[in-house]
Design a binder for this molecule. Structure first.
Ligand code: OVM
Length: 399
């Protein structure tokens, strides 16, 4: 079988504006498609994306999960102990973070975050008033809520929190090629990295928070004191922009699917399903790479040792071979099994945190908002990895 090849650029502005046509082209071209521009092997069907993500022995992360191959190129920052590591080195940091962000810890935050969501909803919508109003769902809700609850949960001091989104933005751009998106971030990398690294130190992190719990794990000997700050760095790298664009995705979904919003109002327990369905439907994280550790055959195609493969999570999540009516945002579907949080040993360690944020915010909004619709065109924000929004102007009709 000959390997289909495509010379499209998945990181061009055209594709970032609307990746769906490229995804369909890649899925239809074959199980594996060679991207001539970057010398990488693309996987865009659910079956093969899933297969690669769950095969860490043949597809390593330690050579980087972006385009850059750490076998040959120096990473822009010391590699993440979680994301950019393989077993066995991956396992202790992962176990610590999984525990710190696990359901048991989150049960303690639940009541406070629901109350925070009520307060934010009142502040944005005006407590007790009725009628209609317009605002930007990205800045007022999708950014405001994670920034309100997550840095406090980590235990960060108040100053400099405005650096979190720009740092994450650059980190996600840096998984792609060195294009204009990466270049525009370069002037601030040193400053933002210095700020983030300083906040990973023990004395910066308030008792009881996620950060202090990571340091407590170092005290117990579960990880070393050298590893602790890098594990905290993972929280600060992956914990903010992702949830912002996950929340933006679900808010956009409801603003464009009034029947689904009515259903959420009737059945508010669907908030969690709604969030996962939005993560499937939009896939806020679009791509991650792996590196073949030996010659491996995938879908009948040989991927040579040392070559990069790119998994298109957003494409797998809309593969008609796996999903009925994949382009529909539908609360009746069971979205479990989507790869929007990845799959396998690296699957998102913060997914329960993200779901709790979404559940709290959607519950507060569903109580107050009868109808939500776009008040103008929603604008994309281009990032090499994130499917993101700059602006979602909405009009809401209060209950
Ligand atoms: C990390 C990390 C994990 C997932 C995503 C990510 C910037 C970073 O461990 O630092 O994106």
């Amino acid at each position: 079988m000959t390997l289909p090849s495509i010379d499209a650029d998945p990181f061009s502005h055209d594709v970032l504006e609307d990746p769906l046509p490229l995804h369909a082209r890649l899925r239809d071209a074959g199980p594996v498609v060679y991207l001539t521009r970057y010398d990488v092997y693309a996987l865009a069907r659910y079956e093969h994306v899933h297969a690669v993500l769950t095969d860490w022995q043949n597809f390593q992360s330690a050579a980087g999960v972006g385009l850059s191959n750490f076998r040959y190129e120096k990473p822009w920052r010391p590699p993440s102990l979680l994301l950019e590591a393989d077993p066995p080195r991956h396992d202790a940091p992962r176990a610590v973070l999984t525990n710190v962000l696990g359901p048991r810890e989150l049960r303690k935050l639940r009541a406070a975050w629901f109350a925070d969501a009520e307060e934010l909803a009142d502040a944005v919508l005006g407590a007790g008033s009725s009628g209609e109003l317009e605002f930007d769902a990205v800045t007022e809700l999708a950014e405001a809520f994670p920034l309100r609850v997550f840095p406090d949960a980590v235990g960060l001091p108040p100053d400099g929190r405005e650096n979190l989104l720009p740092y994450g933005e650059h980190a996600f751009n840096a998984f792609g090629p060195v294009n204009d998106l990466v270049e525009k971030g370069l002037p601030r990398v040193a400053e933002l990295s210095a700020w983030v690294n300083s906040r990973c130190q023990r004395d910066m992190l308030a008792p009881g928070g996620f950060g202090a719990r990571i340091w407590a794990a170092a005290d117990r000997g579960d990880i070393t004191a050298e590893q602790a700050p890098l594990v905290v760095r993972s929280l600060l790298s992956a914990g903010v922009d992702t949830t912002v664009h996950g929340l933006a995705a679900v808010l956009y979904a409801f603003a464009t699917h009034p029947d689904q919003w009515r259903r959420l109002r009737r059945e508010p327990h669907l908030a969690r399903v709604a969030f996962d369905e939005a993560v499937r439907w939009q896939s806020p994280v679009q791509t991650f790479f792996r590196t073949a550790t030996r010659d491996v055959v995938v879908g009948g195609t040989l991927i040579p040792d040392g070559k990069k493969v790119v998994t298109f999570l957003g494409s797998a999540n809309r593969d008609p071979r796996r999903w009925a009516d994949p382009d529909a945002f539908d609360l009746s579907r069971d979205p479990s099994g989507h790869v929007g949080f990845g799959m396998g040993i690296h699957q998102c360690a913060g997914q329960h945190v993200a779901r709790l944020e979404a559940e709290a915010l959607l519950t507060a909004l569903a109580r107050r908002i009868e109808r939500i619709e776009l008040a103008g065109p929603a604008l994309r924000h281009h990032n090499n990895t994130l499917r993101a929004w700059r602006s979602i102007p909405v009009r809401v009709h209060l209950a």
